[in-house]
Design a protein around this ligand. Structure first.
Ligand SMILES: [Zn+2]
Length: 211
């Protein structure tokens, strides 16, 4: 059930900004860095990955950004955000083959101990999707929050999370993402069209843990 809170919507960009964006895009796609990255990726993935997944063999011609560059420019050259596609899969890619669905999505942020997990656990319903870094790490490794070392899993978990976030755009389920870092939280909210709950500031004057 949708709640009374408004979902986050990216602001409309003025057309001047759009044409600036197009110029910036072209500069990116012409850049040496991208051309080198693209070439290396296609050498490593000569077949269309979507066709391959259903048993068809087609040469890959395009390199697709799973999370669009405009949402995560920092991942523009990151192989974990790239997909090798044939022309047909690429042109079908966004919109037609898989349609994005509207669903309530909430990113919960706040410093350590601000009650993010509690906030989500008190509100989640059966069937909701919850991304909780600590819980996923515990599932994968059996290690709990306070145990070290955990840093070696950061890039694997980040890749899992980002893949999940993109896939969530096509899933009609309420989704919760817990993210301590506020900048990361805002970026995620942008990508999945989520509203944000900040457990540090949610209750003015109230006790922090009652978030
Ligand atoms: Zn294909």
């Amino acid at each position: 059930m949708p709640t009374t809170a408004k979902a986050y919507r990216p602001r409309k960009i003025a057309s001047a900004k759009k044409s600036q964006q197009r110029v910036a895009d072209q500069q990116f796609y012409d850049s040496k860095e991208w051309l080198r990255c693209r070439k290396a990726f296609l050498q490593e993935h000569p077949l269309c990955q979507r066709c391959d997944a259903v048993g068809n063999v087609r040469p890959a011609k395009d390199v697709h950004h799973k999370i669009p560059k405009k949402h995560r420019p920092d991942l523009a050259l990151d192989p974990s955000n790239l997909e090798a596609l044939c022309k047909s899969c690429h042109s079908r890619g966004e919109g037609q083959l898989r349609r994005k669905v509207r669903a309530e999505r909430i990113v919960v942020t706040g410093t350590t101990g601000s009650g993010k997990t509690t906030y989500v656990n008190q509100r989640r319903r059966r069937g909701d999707v919850v991304w909780d870094w600590d819980a996923v790490l515990e599932t994968l490794t059996g290690q709990q929050k306070h145990e070290q070392p955990r840093r070696d899993m950061i890039s694997a978990l980040t890749a899992m999370r980002d893949t999940l976030l993109v896939e969530l755009l096509y899933v009609k389920r309420k989704a919760w993402v817990i993210a301590s870092n506020k900048e990361t939280a805002r970026g995620i909210a942008n990508v999945i069209g989520a509203r944000m709950v900040d457990c540090d500031t949610r209750l003015t004057g109230g006790p922090k843990k009652s978030c």
